[in-house]
Design a protein around this ligand. Sequence first.
Ligand SMILES: Cc1ncc(COP(=O)(O)O)c(C=O)c1O
Length: 478
Amino acid sequence: MTLAHTYEPEIRTRRPDLITVEAAKKLDLAKVRQLTADHLNPGQLNFLRLLGFDRVLIDSAEGPYYIDQNGRKILDFFGGFGSVAFGHNHPRIIAARKKFQDENRQEICMAFMSQYASALAYNLAAIAPGDLDYVFLGSSGSEAMEAALKIAEQAQGPERSTTVYAENSFHGKTKGVLAVTDGALYRSRFNLAQNTRRVPFGDAAGIEALFKSDPSIGILVLETIQGGAGIIEAPVKYWQDVRGLCDQYKVLWIADEVQCGMGRSGHFFAFEQYGVIPDVTALAKALGGSKCAMAAMIARREIYMKAYGTSKTALVHAPATFGGIGEACATAIEGLNIIYDEGLMDNAAVQGDYIIAGLKRLHEKYPQIIKDVRGQGLMIGLEFQDISQTLPFGVRQMVSILDDKLKGSLCGFLGALLLAKHNVLVAFTEYNRNVIRLEPPLTIGKAECDQFLTAMETLLARGITGIVTDYISLMARR
Ligand SMILES: Cc1ncc(COP(=O)(O)O)c(C=O)c1O
């Protein structure tokens, strides 16, 4: 008897009906929706549907714009949660990659040293302050954070491996970092490392109390600016206390700069503005030049040497198969040069101040709609009032038939309308459904900021009921 999941050899080698790259480019909206539902992520498709984001198929992207299959230009204020720092398809990034390809330079070359990986590591060490000198290269933020947790534990030893993390933290979704990621949904039904302790973000006294009471604590992990929590910052004093406490209790501090790093805050690393240096840090997202996957963990020299400095320990964590892959390293090297050549950190600070000032004006004008405007550089949080309990009765009834995710959240309604009516894309926030996150490319100018601010003002002028009813009639037009 032949089992259903076994194949005859000749059937196994016969080419299935595969889609080619060029055929993929020509797939229409309905077909992509169907393939997504059948093979990629049906649950996510439902969410996209609620926002009307499933009505757009992007064809190309340039600078701060996506261009859809009908030639419609969409302003990208989402920015891939910080990944699109250089704008889409920055000409210098494309040129560096093309040269790399045209000359058939080596891509996967695990047996030999790589001039590109070593140059990238050197560049990162040259940019990072103090003796943050040793670099592990990977391909995602989660991988860089796994590397950070591992090097800290390797240096401290298992007796001091208890790790303190912050409430509402987001450090990735791989199994190791999930243990320090504070999302109940993401953590649910996984058996995670138990030697972790949680403190409120910004609470130095809470950290001290933990350090004092538990000598097994040897690691502290914090995003410098919390992204998934809704763009939450902590004051200078907190960071100075963090450094002081870590020194006093010999705890290693890991600064997660995956989202806020690479110049987004107006500083290359957000921690630099606080005059303190962590023991380990991590970059990803924008490190790939807004074109490919690249991530880095950077550790202080002494910690690296203690963890992996001998030929016996060198292979305990690195290398990873695709860590230090040629073209991705070349892309990251070009990106780092562009940040300085084009003054992207200064631009982030200038345009960020301009957007924040514009949003604060809107906050004053519409306090019943906007609750708070916060952030720095081009990492901005726009928090709306929670209207779930305050909507007029009829509107509340209409809204109550919508999915749980959008109920009472102005972000969903505004995000859908910004895209449908104003061709502007914004991002939502993992743990706070009332916060829109604005992380546009660091290359944007005043014209793009004005386009966004004008769109937002036009929508807010409709008032809460107008916004909700506009959304409902938009969705009814499917
Ligand atoms: C602060 C932070 N750390 C880690 C990660 C994980 O990065 P990745 O999605 O590339 O694994 C993210 C992703 O959003 C992040 O924002």
